[in-house]
Design a protein around this ligand. Sequence first.
Ligand SMILES: [Zn+2]
Ligand SMILES: [Zn+2]
Length: 171
Amino acid sequence: MLFLLYNSQDKILDILWKFLILLLPIISILLIYFIVLTTYYCLVKRIIRRNHFDLDIIKENYDIFSDSYIVYNSIKNISSDEELTRLFEEREIQQMNVHNFEIDYEDNLSYDSNDSNDSNDSNEENCVICLEDINNKISTKLDCEHKFHIMCLNQWVSKSNKCPLCNANIL
Ligand SMILES: [Zn+2]
Ligand SMILES: [Zn+2]
């Protein structure tokens, strides 16, 4: 009787072992994933605390970056919410600018300068692709000196690789 009990316990242990060995790789992968994630999260948190960032800005824009390592490295040298917002905007523009047109960020992302003196601006320029004001969206200037919205130009290029105004090669 005792022997039988011992034997059945042994079998259960054996099955348990096999089960554990099967599960081990899955558990370890999950564990590593968890550790890596928390480490990055803690690193980003430290930056947030040090620089007094608005966490909402980071959360809202987190998906612009492919992984948290890039987020960490991108924001570690930034010191204000304004810089942070600007970084995210630049990043977003870079993503939609699939043909890598040159963008003057100083000109396109200046916050306080453009809004207030709109009425004083006499030289109103339009994007000839959509016929709207060039200043209401992010724009780029081509080598031929003609300016277009980045979004419009990226659509245009799928049909033609020449400037809509002067026929110079764009790509
Ligand atoms: Zn346009
Ligand atoms: Zn042109």
